[in-house]
Design a binder for this molecule. Sequence first.
Ligand SMILES: *Cc1c(COP(=O)(O)O)cnc(C)c1O
Length: 386
Amino acid sequence: MRPRLLDYVRALPEEDLPAYVYDLVALRKHAQAIRAALPAWVEVYYAAKANPDARLLAALRDHVDGFEVASAGELRHVRELFPGTPIAFGGPGKTAADLNYALHAGVQRLHVESVQELHLLATLLGGRTAEILLRVNAPIATGPAPLVMGGVPSPFGLDPGDLDHCLHLIAAQPQIRLCGLHLHLASGMDAPAQLALAGDILAWTSERDLPLSEINIGGGMAVDYNDPDRLFDWRDFGAGLEKILIDHPGTTLRIEPGRSISAYCGSYITRVLDIKRSHGQAFAVLAGGTHHLRTPAARGHDQPFRTIPIDNWPWPWPRPTATGEPVTLVGQLCTPKDVLARDVHIERLRAGDYVAFAMAGAYAWNISHHAFLMHPAPGFHYLDEA
Ligand SMILES: *Cc1c(COP(=O)(O)O)cnc(C)c1O
């Protein structure tokens, strides 16, 4: 945690917790570094579903080429915030209303994921045109990854056996322009694995021998919740892409990372309500919980955190304390699944201390089950000066 952020967090009054703090300065710096590490002809679209917070999107806008949205709701949100910014709209299960809105809202790229969707789009065009990518679940092995959506049976994208049929439909429909292919096959891969996959994708797409200028290889660049300092190696990735693309002149490569861009800028700050021992184990009960920060429950990991000692203890009785022992950090929900970090060795933690969970800027607040138990929502803070 950089000193300015730590000062900010320490100064938050306890009645303002739990709270999310987004470090927009760090976010801009991170996005700039990613942009600088990549060749100029690699386009970066931020996947809004990782975190669509309006101020976070505004901080990113000048450092990405566009935004990828996965629903008409995200599309409306991003379009209203940034009328001129390029948007790519993907995702399975688009309704006629979704497609109509996409045509109306001026989406730059529509990712078509099935034969049915292509038919539906064609009937909705009226006098309008659509520039599309076909998302294909290509027969490419991704290797092990935390989330695999391609190269195996999945509801995402076209089966490669449907590709020719789609090409025929598009050939008969001059208002649909096929710009390229989209292959988001897996999530959570490090730079060498992503590079190998990018190479396989470009080899597979060029074998199709189609007059396509764009390949979108998706997002999924890994973050390591066990080691917040171990970042995806964007420089290696950029240098590797440069080499791969020598064999594919004229191709625009697009990536659409979400988690690896915004995860690091978010912290979830809370305070210890109680420390108790149960059958020999220490539990710290925190304000809030997984209904605010579902990431550790969803992924089954310990959310990285640091403790922030608060010396003020206003009560006349002994302060509940855990010292030099494994502690399980839980929230206020009445379910044993409300665990943010399990059996983590802690030097000292007391009721009233603050706890700052790191890497809470992606798939955190926005994937959480806010309504469960009707606890109040957290506050949202933005650190916007160095
Ligand atoms: C979710 C998603 C992304 C972003 O994935 P991250 O793991 O957040 O980088 C990009 N493209 C598609 C199609 C997605 O579904």
